[in-house]
Design a protein around this ligand. Structure first.
Ligand code: SAH
Ligand code: TYD
Ligand code: ZN
Length: 415
């Protein structure tokens, strides 16, 4: 069933409990989602096999193959947390909430894993609160420093956690947004959390919610950087194995559906009813049932054929289609669905480091959003569907001029 034969992957084991994984969807050979290619020297792109497995022991959903971290997270990493007004607001609100709750004590200290350009920590730094951002990508780390934020350009793991503990003392809050799911070496991370967290501190992280991915068939959340796909149940299992307890969960609307998980040391906090409630909902939705996972694969295949048929039809009818948002997520859609420049000649994106480059694998050129209206296309394929409201508001003239947005979540449709 694998597109590229690699026998070593058949023995993939759970990165949480070491049980053998059961594969349920395979996207074949895929490039690195954030490795935008320079047109003047199409280098040897790195490809890996993108397939997802389920752990029958601890229920954690995860990739079957692991990409070496330095290939993904390095000085060239283009993604900017502050690239969306909605996300800037989300992180400002998150910081304010921490300031008013967990950090409302004497001389508090917060550590953020994957602080990126400092969208969250900027508010913490402005409030004069002790903090440290851990951000291995030196380019984006430098942007955070420019906002007055303390950053170490290093990977967080057990060794660096010990170092931080020695230099700063215990952390009242350890926070990670869209970062924990990027880290296969979970054991090292949680030993690091154990070493760094204050006795009554909290480890808070938010990541795409697997139940939302199933419900919306948002298979584009599956790419090299997203190694784990969390549910409340799998996070509870994970916590238990590390002397931690899942004490709160909150559903978030950002990035197409996420959950914010709060972990504390076992017995230090009373778990809120939200935890049992969400786990109950997951039972009812069959989030960990093999039948659900098989149906998901079927839905993915349907979206692929509908999207291909739609783009082919538009092309045959002489319609102009432009992509919008050169997201990491789009790498899986474009390459798995076989979308190339014939159907989508370019993609607009506001990120400076992506503009003038080619999308990984497909080599569709990325241009500045200013190119979108020169002139407007007939249809715009919205790869950044999680930012639909913001983008559609910014590009209002496109629709008033007769243009239509083409989306593929939860199914292929026009807006
Ligand atoms: N928190 C930001 C950025 C998410 S992108 C947001 O939500 O918008 C994921 C980030 O995780 C990248 O900036 C990457 O460099 C960082 N990252 C990956 N592995 C990490 C590790 N071991 N420790 C700290 N950051 C890491
Ligand atoms: P995003 O969906 O946040 O994440 P990922 O890359 O992990 O899938 O990426 C949004 C992309 O869309 C990012 O490259 C910036 C771009 N973008 C625009 O071009 N214009 C906009 O108005 C917004 C909000 C985003
Ligand atoms: Zn497991």
């Amino acid at each position: 069933m694998h597109n590229i034969g690699d026998d070593s992957t058949t023995a993939a084991r759970c990165h949480v409990c070491d049980a053998p994984l059961s594969e349920f969807v395979d996207f074949g050979k895929q490039p690195l989602s954030d490795a935008f290619v320079r047109p003047d020297g199409i280098r040897d792109e790195f490809f890996f096999r993108l397939a997802v497995g389920f752990c029958p022991e601890c229920t954690m959903v995860q990739l079957m193959d692991e990409v070496p971290r330095e290939r993904m997270f390095n000085a060239e990493y283009p993604y900017l947390s502050s690239g969306s007004a909605v996300m800037r607001e989300h992180f400002r609100d998150t910081a304010r909430e921490f300031l008013g709750t967990e950090l409302n004590r004497s001389n508090p200290f917060i550590v953020e894993l994957g602080c990126n350009d400092g969208a969250m920590l900027a508010t913490i730094a402005d409030a004069g609160v002790r903090h440290l951002g851990m951000e291995p990508c030196s380019g984006v780390a430098e942007l955070a420093r420019g906002k007055g934020i303390q950053v170490r350009s290093e990977f967080f793991e057990y060794g660096s956690a010990l170092d931080i503990r020695e230099g700063y003392g215990p952390a009242d809050v350890i926070y990670a947004a869209n970062t924990l799911c990027h880290i296969p070496y979970m054991d090292s991370i949680l030993r690091g959390v154990d070493a760094l967290l204050a006795d009554d501190g909290v480890f808070v992280f938010e990541d795409p919610y697997f139940a939302d991915i199933l419900e919306r068939t948002s298979f584009d959340q599956i790419y090299d950087e997203h190694f784990f796909f969390f549910s409340a149940r799998s996070v509870r299992e994970l916590s238990r194995r590390h002397g931690l307890e899942l004490v709160d969960v909150r559903r978030l609307h950002v990035h197409g559906g996420e959950v914010r998980y709060t972990l504390a040391r076992t017995g230090r906090r009373v778990a809120r009813p939200s935890v049992a409630e969400l786990i109950e909902q997951e039972w009812l939705a069959g989030v960990a049932d093999p039948g659900t996972l098989d149906r998901f694969r079927g839905h993915v295949e349907t979206v692929r054929s509908e999207l291909r048929d739609t783009l082919e039809d538009l092309h045959d009818r002489g319609k102009r289609v432009v992509g919008y948002g050169a997201t990491a997520k789009s790498a899986t859609v474009v390459n798995y669905c076989g979308i190339g420049t014939e159907w989508v000649p370019f993609v607009c994106d506001s990120t400076p480091a992506k503009q003038g480059k080619l999308m990984p694998g497909s080599h569709i050129p990325v241009q500045a959003p200013e190119e979108f209206g020169r002139p407007f296309p007939d249809y715009a394929l919205l790869f950044a569907w999680n930012h639909a409201e913001e983008i559609m508001a910014n590009e209002r003239e496109f629709r008033t001029g007769g243009g239509q947005w083409l989306l593929y979540v939860p199914r292929v449709h026009l807006r």
